[in-house]
Write a protein that binds this ligand. Structure first.
Ligand SMILES: NC(=O)c1ccc[n+]([C@@H]2O[C@H](COP(=O)([O-])OP(=O)(O)OC[C@H]3O[C@@H](n4cnc5c(N)ncnc54)[C@H](O)[C@@H]3O)[C@@H](O)[C@H]2O)c1
Length: 343
């Protein structure tokens, strides 16, 4: 079944928080799109969501779901492979919430299977669609501040309680992917890779802080390869145990760009003297800016499904998955236990 942009039928796999709070409000009002069903192994949750949003049907198993053009895959990353086998075999395009896959091997398998079945894949790394990221990418592309020289990225603050109790995010590293690098870090890595059009990377140092198998902090030093072979030093920290600088700095020969993790934030331009010289974009309402980014990611995916089944590594965030896995692998025996975080 191929997507027709005039009437694209979307199925929702997962009736959880991300579907209810982020995707459904956008899909319910996206031109040329209708939500056909929601499917969740927790059938009561699927039925409740269907009833709240007047969705036509709710199911407990994908095997019972009628054909659609596109499926939003929004179940825990560790549960996706089996579901994607069914989705791709049925010829449905799949838009996967981030993180895309728990391992690089899984990611590559999903990509190969989608190409074999001639369906398109997309990834919900929504920050790619933030105005600040698009602006920074254009400025770097245009070489406005000269060549990139250093990239720094950080995100996180000390938390004493996760507020998640024993749910799968906290209690099951297999289901969740493994920690803060997988969750928040996927966005930060992807923002950096998107803005700088990173071709490859090298990790020189990586340390992680781990509690009960879940990682609460990752610090990486290395470089990214841009412009077809030029290495640019990279430093990145994501943390839930320390307060760290929040944002991305793209230091270039003649100044630097700075942007934050919010949808409404501006792209700031700093001169070589370290003083701010310009601010591009930025808006008052975070909610409206975030909603616009989710709308943009859906519009782009639905429209691209109508055009072609071809997709690139960037379309699924393959390099982001590879980088994250390389950090966890690099870390190996270097993980340090952390204390003082409650559930
Ligand atoms: N919540 C967010 O803001 C957010 C943001 C970005 C990405 N994500 C990602 O989206 C995914 C879902 O997150 P969430 O917060 O909505 O989780 P959630 O726990 O609220 O919902 C997940 C749902 O998936 C269902 N489920 C699990 N395995 C299933 C299977 N095999 N078949 C059908 N249903 C299955 C569960 O019953 C549950 O209802 C995760 O991978 C998460 O990392 C979440």
């Amino acid at each position: 079944m191929r997507a027709d942009v005039r009437s694209v039928r979307v199925g929702l796999l997962g009736a959880g928080n991300v579907v209810e709070s982020i995707h459904l409000p956008v899909l319910a009002s996206l031109d040329g799109v209708s939500v056909a069903w929601v499917c969740d192994t927790d059938t009561a949750r699927a039925r409740a969501l269907a009833s709240t949003y007047s969705l036509p049907r709710a199911f407990g198993s994908l095997d019972d779901c009628p054909d659609v053009d596109v499926v939003l895959v929004a179940i825990p990353v560790g549960a996706r492979r089996g579901a994607l086998e069914t989705i791709l075999a049925r010829g449905w395009h799949a838009f996967c919430e981030k993180p895309f896959a728990p391992t690089l091997e899984d990611h590559e398998w999903i990509v190969a299977e989608a190409r074999r079945r001639k369906v398109r894949l997309g990834i919900g790394l929504v920050r790619r669609h933030y105005a600040s990221v698009k602006t920074a990418r254009e400025l770097v592309d245009a070489g406005v501040l000269g060549p990139l020289e250093v990239i720094l990225g950080g995100e996180g603050a000390r938390v004493r309680h996760t507020g998640r109790g024993g749910d799968w995010y906290q209690a099951n590293a297999h289901a969740s992917g493994g920690g803060v690098l997988f969750e928040a870090g996927a966005h930060l890595v992807d923002q950096i890779f998107t803005i700088a059009r990173v071709d490859d990377y090298r990790i020189d140092r990586c340390s992680q802080r781990v509690l009960k198998g879940i990682e609460f902090e990752t610090s990486v030093r290395g470089s990214v390869i841009v412009d077809g072979g030029r290495p640019v030093p990279l430093g990145m920290v994501v943390s839930q145990v320390s307060d760290v600088y929040g944002g991305i700095v793209m230091r270039c020969a003649n100044g630097e760009l700075r942007l934050g993790a919010t949808a409404s934030g501006a792209t700031e331009i700093y001169g070589r003297h370290g003083r701010i010289t310009g601010r591009l974009g930025g808006s008052a309402s975070e909610g409206a800016a975030f909603n616009a980014a989710v709308r943009a990611e859906w519009r782009e995916f639905v429209d691209s499904c109508a055009r072609s089944v071809e997709f690139s590594d960037w379309d699924t965030g393959l390099r982001t998955t590879a980088f994250i896995e390389a950090c966890y692998r690099f870390n190996g025996a270097r993980a340090e236990r952390v204390s003082g975080v409650g559930s």
